[in-house]
Write a protein that binds this ligand. Structure first.
Ligand code: ASP
Length: 316
């Protein structure tokens, strides 16, 4: 069994510096060597550093593509892949890899840690070892391994900022893989996607700027799909429609999802062409919009079709 570990940065491979934790080469590599000499994991493990190593707060869709490119190039050489990543945007990257890589036949395990491997009592060694083992045994697709759980790559979200058990998965959903006869890498080109959250009394006329200047809008609406019936929101949706940019909505509730049309107070969304994001996480919805906008060919058909379809179990 041969595994490729792609190290992108994040707390797992950081050390304490005068400015706080910062990524450092050698931390993850040394832990892998230690596992090998202890016999905790067998087989060949190669390590690919995606330099510069970053705090995942600085990740962008270009970084998602850098990871996907390595997996695409090395897919047939290895039996599985581990991606070590910062936890802050780990769920975005895992979802983005699900959308980018069609026809995967290998497991991709994305992991990180809440405390650096270089710090006593770190959760990094457990997460890293579990991930290396999962890369040898999990089924094809993109998974998040964290605190003893193997989770769907497009249905996971960071839900705790300090505890080791920091991720939650929305249960259900088909396998985290886009099936296909051949491996295809859909690259990300950066697009302006605005995330607009509803809140009582929010001046929704501010949404107009986003509607005029974005390539897509992601609305975080209430409960099962309601939003204020305000003139500001209505005008923004009319502008988005006239500019032919996609508008996707997901619920602010982390669980349960939404169903447009349940309440009359959601009619403003349904009547203005908003796409129902059902029970997608905001992370998956944002990555999916970036993915859909990056499709070439007939833009309207590709965008709307891919946004409405379930591509890799991202909604139920
Ligand atoms: N800020 C860090 C990052 O996302 C947090 C972590 O890895 O836990 O890179």
């Amino acid at each position: 069994m041969a595994i490729l570990l792609i190290h992108t940065g994040g707390t797992i491979g950081m050390v304490q510096t005068d400015n706080g934790f910062a990524p450092r080469k050698g931390v993850v590599e040394n832990q892998v060597k230690a596992f090998q000499s202890q016999g905790a994991v067998s087989g060949e493990i190669d390590i690919h550093l995606l330099e510069p190593l970053i705090d995942s707060a600085n990740a962008s869709p270009a970084d998602w593509s850098r990871v996907a490119d390595v997996i695409f190039e090395k897919h047939d050489t290895y039996d599985g892949f581990v991606v070590t990543h910062g936890t802050d945007t780990l769920a975005y990257t895992a979802a983005a890899l699900c959308f980018a890589l069609e026809g995967l036949t290998k497991p991709i395990i994305v992991t990180g840690a809440m405390l650096p491997l270089s710090v006593e009592g770190s959760d990094g060694d457990r997460n890293l070892l579990d991930s290396l083992l999962a890369a040898q045994s999990a089924s094809k697709g993109v998974w998040v391994q964290f605190a003893g759980q193997l989770m769907h790559g497009a249905r996971t979200r960071k839900s705790h900022s300090t505890e080791f058990d920091a991720f939650r998965v929305n249960e259900g959903g088909d396998a985290p893989v886009q099936t296909g006869a051949t491996l295809i890498n859909h690259p990300y080109n950066e697009h302006k996607v605005s995330i607009l959250a509803m809140a009582p009394g929010l001046p929704t006329d501010l949404f107009q700027y986003a509607a005029e200047n974005s390539d897509a809008l992601l609305l975080r609406v209430y409960g099962s799909g309601t939003a204020p019936e305000s003139e500001g929101l209505k005008q923004a949706l009319i502008t988005a429609k006239s500019r032919n940019i996609p508008v996707l909505a997901v619920s602010q509730c982390p669980e349960g999802g939404m169903a447009l049309g349940t309440y009359a107070a959601g009619a403003i969304l349904r009547d203005n062409g908003v796409i129902d994001g059902r029970d997608m996480t905001v992370e998956a919805a944002y990555a999916k919009l970036q993915h859909a906008l990056s499709q070439t060919g007939d833009p309207a058909r590709n965008r709307i079709g891919r946004l409405q379809d379930c591509l890799c179990g991202e909604f139920t």
